[in-house]
Design a binder for this molecule. Sequence first.
Ligand code: SF4
Ligand code: SF4
Length: 428
Amino acid sequence: MLSKPFFGYTQPKFQYELLSTKLPRPAITTQPATVTLLLPREMGPNPSPILKPGVKVRTGQRLTWDENPGPAVVSSVTGTITGISAHLGDYGRKFTAIAIAVDPKDDWDKQFAETRGDLTLQALTAHLTGAPGAPPLETIANATRPIETIVIYGGDTDLLVDTNLYVLKSQTAAIEQGIKTLKKVTGVERIIMMVPGDSFQNFDGHFGADVRAVPNSYPQGQPLMIYYRLFGRILEQGQTFEGQGVVFMRAEAVASIGKAVTDGRVPMEKIVTVVDKQGQKKVFAARIGTPVGNLLKAMNITLADRDRLIFGGPMTGTAVYSEELPVLPDTDAILVQDSHDVVLSSDYPCINCGECVRICPANVGVNVLVRYLEAGQYQEGANLYDLYSCVECGLCSLVCVARIPILQYIKLAKFELAREVPAEEENE
Ligand code: SF4
Ligand code: SF4
């Protein structure tokens, strides 16, 4: 996959989207003919007999590689497995792609419903980690240090995207139930619900959570910004949120937990914002695994040669190569950019104009940092030039006159350095 900044050198609008009080209904996509589910593990020898082409699966059924403990994915449809293949994600992450030909009628698996009476974190983790919003239940269950605070963000982390705010405003009861369930199964008492500033009056005192407002200006909704706002510190090299006793969740993930408990079924429909080449957008509810091309078709979008398809928002999204890629539990937005609007990054050198330094909300010395990162000197960038202060907002990439893909250098550097850190995290 190719990662680039997706805006030209124009004055940015720094405000997140604010949904009107009159909420649009999400467009429901018709049942796809096939779905592709991504099991988060590399293909190996000897898959379980369930993962063979020709085997029937039910909606809500857990699919794992073999009988050993390990990651699972829950089928979002009833149908027949048609193929198993290797799938390579961002930064070399490996998955097993499971293609399923969809039956028109759902036959619901009963396993989750049977655990409802005695709901535990393990049972929720087993069935809901791939639910809409990607609840990070596995992280909570496996944290090396007890989780003390769950932070739920009800806004979106990129511009033009309506997904989480839509869920916050339209699924309040499910979120309330989700928070109640989280408290019960995790034992975490401190749950903080961050909401966009304009929504604060509507939600303060609700949810059974400590509700706080986040300013509506970009990039205040980035998890690293919220973390700094709440705890007054940044994550150093090798640290993770969970290593600090904190877990971040999307509002949609909490709503999924609430709905699963109420209905006795794992929810399967992901809310996605689709933005077309003219900037028109629509909110869709689509089965997880639906090919992205189905959503484009539902919005009458045709991809022409050199148009760009982007997963995520314009500031932090990732360009992808195929309309066949599936909607994933964390796919909040799909953007289509006309080939005429595509701004390519370049290999021009930095001209030291200072624009990136002026715009950086974290006061990173971006102009110098980028020189180290271009040269692959990641550790020096971390030690000397505040790599870990970066909140990954992409504003520097946006304003860079030389069109250097600065955010992508930064993300790559953090990824590479994380691979070098021993499994045992250094805390504080
Ligand atoms: S370095 Fe760039 S991506 Fe990081 S916080 Fe500053 S402006 Fe945002
Ligand atoms: S905006 Fe780009 S060209 Fe200007 S100082 Fe920063 S990295 Fe260099």
